[in-house]
Design a protein around this ligand. Sequence first.
Ligand SMILES: [Zn+2]
Length: 168
Amino acid sequence: MPSWACLSGEELKRSWTFFDEAIDLKTNEAKAICKHCSKSYAHPRTNTNGNWTSSLSKHIKTHEEKELQKSKEGSMDKFLKSNKNMRVLAKVDFDAILLETAVTCNWSFYQFDVPQFKYFLSRAFPEHRSPGRKYVKSLLAKAATKAREEIKERLAAETSKISLALDC
Ligand SMILES: [Zn+2]
């Protein structure tokens, strides 16, 4: 078995545009270092399995595939698709965001009956019907009930912990 392999000029040239030749100062081993991600491989001249280009080529390929994927992601088609997914809010999310904003900004319920605001919502979220004052009121009531229940549950959990602590 030969302990070396003849490399065609093309393979060599291609690899060394992707790898730097280096010496590991701790072990004095020659290395091939990827210029993109600094991953190191045994230097082809010291690698005795005679199969070095396949691992180096494989590594180059992983970078090329990543690049390809990136360029695909950047295509208008992908952009439009992802954009569309981001645009469409589920109704429950739409309601939650509206309610949260209204509470945080201290809006009165009448905000939702202001025609200009309704127009803005219908333009910004054409998939959703802009809610009126009554609907938002009911949302808030529901959210308040839910919050109360959550607090109750949390308190119940705490009390059981406390009583446990007192028992022992
Ligand atoms: Zn790399």
